[in-house]
Design a protein around this ligand. Structure first.
Ligand SMILES: C[S@@+](CC[C@H](N)C(=O)[O-])C[C@H]1O[C@@H](n2cnc3c(N)ncnc32)[C@H](O)[C@@H]1O
Length: 219
């Protein structure tokens, strides 16, 4: 596992992520030790599995899970893609530490970094997953462009949540702190942003307990 000392400071200069990003890094680092004990619906694992199933199409060999946290997608991903190399990336080193302790799997690699400034080569991944993280980017469109950069032509970006946009936005504003103003656009708005980025075959669906948007980088 790469050194996780200080994802923003040591890698790119303390100013690079901006205050908001650093505040969120601290916020999620502090949450990491109890992240897996926070209340979640009983059917969350099944719905997470549903997200992975819809996101994966064809034979994804290289997968990037941005904002991976402690690895909520990993059980389903390892099952759905038995040969894939999976990169788990997060801003919060404590999330990655917990992730590594839970999932000591050889084909799972961990990178500490900002999803909006990926320390990764272009056109590398067949599938980029963004589960529970999109609202936390300071510049959403810039981050989407960066995620598209690391997709190979024909690869897919999938964004998911276990809440609809209105429910999640109300939840964040109720939490207060550094995530209070973090906004998830409606699935249709996000679909339009992916099309503006040049993505094709864009699909979008949301309900009060579900959010799914997927697009493919043209070949
Ligand atoms: C709401 S948690 C979701 C974690 C995990 N995906 C899950 O559903 O359990 C958001 C995660 O995104 C990470 N994160 C926030 N901003 C990020 C950024 N700019 N780049 C990468 N990860 C980020 C946080 O550290 C945190 O682990």
């Amino acid at each position: 596992m790469p050194v996780l000392a200080d994802c923003l400071g040591a890698r790119e200069g303390a100013e690079s992520g901006g205050h908001g990003t650093r505040d969120k890094q601290q916020y999620f680092n502090a949450l990491a030790p109890r992240w897996d004990t926070l209340p979640a619906p009983d059917d969350a694992p099944a719905r997470v599995g549903g997200f992975v199933e819809r996101a994966v199409a064809g034979d994804a060999q290289r997968i990037l899970d941005v904002g991976c946290g402690t690895g909520v997608l990993l059980a389903a991903l390892l099952r759905a893609c038995p040969r894939a190399a999976i990169t788990e990336l997060d801003l919060a080193e404590e999330m990655l530490r917990a992730n590594a302790a839970k999932w000591p799997v050889e084909r799972v690699h961990r990178v500490c970094g900002d999803g909006a400034r990926l320390p990764l080569a272009a056109a590398r991944f067949d599938l980029v997953l963004c589960f529970g993280v999109l609202p936390h980017f300071e510049d959403r469109y810039g981050a989407l462009r960066e995620l598209a950069r690391v997709l190979r032509p024909g690869g897919a970006l999938a964004v998911g949540h276990l809440m609809g946009s209105a429910e999640l936005n109300a939840f964040h504003s109720g939490l207060g702190g550094p995530v209070a103003a973090d906004v998830l656009p409606s699935s249709e708005e996000l679909a339009a942003e992916l099309r503006r980025l040049g993505m094709a075959r864009v699909a979008a669906h949301e309900a009060p307990d579900w959010y799914f948007v997927r697009g493919e980088k043209p070949r």
